[in-house]
Design a protein around this ligand. Sequence first.
Ligand code: ATP
Ligand code: MG
Ligand code: FE
Length: 347
Amino acid sequence: MKVLGIETSCDETGVAVYDTARPGADGLRAHAVYSQIALHAQYGGVVPELASRDHVRKLLPLIRQTLAEAGLVTADLDGVAYTAGPGLVGALLVGAGVARALAWALELPAVAVHHMEGHLLAPLLEDPELAPPFVALLVSGGHTQLVAVEALGRYRLLGETLDDAAGEAFDKTAKLMGLPYPGGPQLAKLAQDGRPGAYRFARPMTDRPGLDFSFSGLKTQVLLAWQGSDRTEQTKADIARGFEDAVVETLAIKCGRALDAADCDTLVVAGGVGANRRLRARLEEMASARGGRVRFPRPALCTDNGAMIAFAGALRLQAGQRESAAVHVAPRWDMAGLPPLDAAVQA
Ligand code: ATP
Ligand code: MG
Ligand code: FE
């Protein structure tokens, strides 16, 4: 089954074709991402209306490009998957509208994909051996969640952030230190030149039991440190390193606890912050110290992309899920309410 995947939930237009006849990463026939970063940079954040309009401009050319790269034509497709939420409503409607129209014109089944399930399943795209049960750490721009995955499609929330998401904390902290938008990756780059331990920030909510997170206080700590410092390049890098270490250590501590709570030895990490090198190294260390394992997608599949949507959509289409012809999106959408994938397969 060849599935076209369309992602437009925020500021990346992502398109891919996933072919279930080829196992694992070989199934990814082609994928392309157009990032709107340059468009939003001058405003210091995503402007929703501009995002919608740019998806309108880029989506069809990107679909044509992706099909050409895959050596396919629309008649080769067996289904269309699109992100229906969570995300910016206008941006979501562009992808959903195009996907539904294409599916209708080509007489193909279409399926709505939950953006976070897309992120969560991305590591499975590359590693077909990977199967539940496992614990997933979803760390992106809008979410920080620990999820017990008992079976595909069956997600139990173990803990989540009470305020800022980890990626959001990276972006906001970068901004207050004057780094250009989008700050997360820039801050991580700067931290490479920072000296470990030169600045030490709190590991929020690790001093008490529980699996929830809170990252909003960290940026205030960084702001105070930054304002009271000499503001040299070295200091800036040291503060960035201190911030990154605090986030990474906090995530590692809670991941260890979540594995204990779920009585599980496999951790799967997904979402944009999963591209962070120090986080990857620290979680590898944590998992191997306890005799377990951790799996990440390649960095390009950590941030938003169409491949994860094509892949998740292919699993749901194979399980018999279909959407009606109505164009429906869900800017807020709880992953726990998704239909289980295994039950659908059996049905
Ligand atoms: P959500 O998936 O919750 O809707 P989103 O789609 O905006 O949010 P992603 O595209 O998954 O989020 O990830 C983007 C986030 O990842 C940004 O906050 C960005 O700063 C962060 N990020 C990307 N690369 C890195 C990195 N190397 N280190 C730290 N953070 C990073
Ligand atoms: Mg983005
Ligand atoms: Fe995302």
